[in-house]
Design a protein around this ligand. Sequence first.
Ligand SMILES: Cc1ncc(COP(=O)(O)O)c(C=O)c1O
Length: 364
Amino acid sequence: MISLSKPSIKKEDIDAVVSVLQSGMLVQGKEVEDLEGIARLFLQAKHSACVANGTATLHLALLVSGIGPGDEVIVPAFSYIATANVVELVGAKPVFVDIDIETYNINVSKIEEVITQKTKAIIPVHEFGLACDIESIMQISKKHNLVVIEDAACALGAKYKGRFAGTFGDFGSYSLHPRKAITSGEGGILISDVSDKMEKIRILRNHGISLASGKMDFVAPGYNYRMTDFQAALVKGQFKRINEIISRRQKLAELYKANITNSKIKLPFVPDYTEHTWQTFHLLLDKKLKRDAIITKLKECNIGSNYGAQCIPAMTYYQKKYNYNCADFFPNALLAYEQGLAIPMHDSLSEEEIMYVSIELNKL
Ligand SMILES: Cc1ncc(COP(=O)(O)O)c(C=O)c1O
């Protein structure tokens, strides 16, 4: 089976995990601290905090920004569901904006239409490893005084005009789930230059514990959103190889682009101001092709595939609560959800496998 994704784990990464397990020191400790340092250095961020996953990073960023009931937060209508769920979790209202069907990222020209007195924040997503038009989003956010929490869950290493996605807003959030370029199994990294907010995040991720007074005190009803030391150990080595991992994915993406020639399949578009990391290689199928049947057909050819992300307002919880007419309001998000197809992309794919997948796609 040519799998949709596969983590880039080497023997030295496994050895690093084993060594932590043998030490008996499993919970958040030196390895997590090291990983935070590596992330800061790589992303050129002032502060970083590792937590349990990329949903927890977003949740904490909203909490320390004081977003809650009565507030509205702008999110793209097409993303992984977590982007909107965290807004619901803090009691605020996610306000959806349709995407640009070329990039699968939020349609910047539609953002100002939904800004109200209640809008407090925006969560722009760098979908599939492609940076969104973050410069324009920052301009709009400054004008309307919005907190910007960049959801770069899929985009560690992606660049916008030479600068890393996730480093423009008040917070940058990254996921280390196994479908991402580098993984800790489950994990998330949050970066920010705002020191007092990051201090609160460190307290909230660890049961509300503060050591500021020199002894352990509990200053907030916190969460247990900690990353373990063996998870940090797993990803540290991968982080050092991240440029190599991304380059390989970029090379494979070029091969797909050169070899998928079926006119019923739309290839991904990459604006020239971005550097795509290809967390997902996402195709858009012509409506003549039945996407779900194609997933089954590809499986019969030993090729893993899946849809890329959800049209979030079309999902049952959001439909029941807000009853959006997605076809009218979010046609591109709906189209990407219904006709989008993610095909195998990971650094251990061979050129032959890319050719085989391309040939099967060209037969459709
Ligand atoms: C855009 C986006 N945001 C948030 C998340 C949540 O990350 P995690 O699975 O680490 O909680 C994901 C995960 O795939 C994602 O794709």
